[in-house]
Design a binder for this molecule. Structure first.
Ligand code: NAD
Length: 340
């Protein structure tokens, strides 16, 4: 199959080339993001391969379909950036990678929590500058603290297990489908309001859907326990960033760690260190001593990117052979809530 791959980085190319040796697809590696202006680059390709910040709005899909594309290969799990109704109308299949390494994201989440509450990232900067003082680095024990986990699917469940069984935290969770196995290890399901009121740390692991858009906003933050630490490794738009900035300024939020950001599409995955940062919201966030930002890195392990290449190209091979994708690999509107 001829595949036009957008938003390609050197590490994508390495992992896809390695897997493709045994598959023989013709992959056209493209650096730009898929957008209305770049869609014509895919002309003649039966499939486009895309990532989290590519634009698969109706206008882009129409252009792709007119140029012969019949398949969208998402090399990620979430598909909030795809107009699935337009894809269906145009007869385009949309395949995804339902799970590549939930451990990668869960472990990174724990790393963010530890780094933020113990000031590890700040200590690293200080000691390299010869500053070995502890003032300003006072943290708190995780043991015995209450952690709210919103969304206990593949990633959230691992996070909940590590926190409950590893650190001895009290875990309060919320999910539209509670997990009996988590309840068996002492995780308690509760309403979001109750979680907000009690959690010392709140970590987000639900997909971005119309129901979860800005699930953390001014009203939620007004209910939050004073000093709560907020962590988001799911999707940026789960958080109303302006409201979060207000809560950081007032001290209601005690800290914020994010691997995702609502307006990340123009920033993340690029080296902008020699450019002017035009996003005033992220610029403000980066001024807080109690804010830790990473650039959508939680998935980025050797295991995960290998699995992404295998499943993505496996999806292409299945379609090329006239087969049917596995149920979990198909991105369907009805699945948006359940699987992200
Ligand atoms: P999953 O589908 O296994 O789990 C999502 C869970 O959220 C499900 O249990 C679902 O029932 C629940 N949910 C859905 N709507 C909800 C709601 N309104 N309230 C509460 N819970 C709700 O997905 P996953 O593999 O655990 O991934 C979770 C999210 O992590 C994905 O949607 C994706 O956006 C994000 N993600 C981020 C990275 C990264 O690198 N930062 C990598 C992979 C995935």
């Amino acid at each position: 199959m001829r595949i036009a791959m957008f938003s390609t980085k050197p590490y994508d190319r390495r992992s896809f080339d390695a897997v493709n040796e045994g598959m023989g697809h013709e992959i056209l590696y493209l650096e730009p993001r898929l957008a209305p202006l770049t869609a014509p680059l895919a002309a003649g390709a039966e499939a486009v391969c895309v990532f989290v910040n590519d634009d698969l709005s109706a206008a882009v899909l129409e252009r792709l379909a007119a140029d012969g594309t019949r398949l969208v290969l998402l090399r990620c799990a979430g598909f909030n950036n795809v107009d699935l109704a337009a894809a269906e109308r145009l007869g385009m299949k949309v395949a995804r990678v339902p799970a590549y390494s939930p451990h990668a994201v869960a472990e990174f989440t724990i790393g963010l929590i530890l780094s933020l509450v113990r000031g590890i990232h700040r200590a690293h900067q200080r000691t390299r500058d010869g500053n070995f003082a502890l003032e300003g680095l006072l943290g708190f024990d995780l043991h015995g603290k209450t952690v709210g986990v919103l969304g206990t699917g593949k990633i959230g469940a691992i996070v909940a297990r590590i926190l409950a069984s590893g650190f001895g935290c009290r875990v309060l969770a919320h999910d539209v489908r509670p997990d009996p196995e988590l309840m068996a290890i002492g995780v308690t399901y509760a309403a979001p309001r109750e979680i907000a009121a009690q959690a010392d740390i709140l970590t987000l692991h639900c997909p971005l859907t119309p129901e979860t858009h800005h699930v953390v906003r001014a009203e939620t933050l007004a209910l939050a326990k004073s000093g709560m630490v907020l962590v988001n490794t799911s999707r940026g738009a789960l958080i109303d960033t302006d409201a979060v900035i207000d809560a950081l300024k007032s001290g209601r939020l005690g800290g914020l760690a994010i691997d995702v950001y609502e307006q990340e599409a123009d920033l993340f995955f690029e080296d902008l260190s020699n450019k002017i940062l035009n996003d005033d919201v992220i610029a403000r966030l980066l001024t807080f001593p109690n804010v830790l930002v990473t650039g959508h890195q939680a998935f980025f392990t050797a295991e995960a990117i290998g699995a992404i290449a295998e499943v993505t190209l496996g999806n292409a091979s299945t379609i090329a052979a006239g087969g049917a994708l596995g149920a979990a690999e198909v991105a369907l509107p009805a699945r948006a809530v359940a699987h992200g």
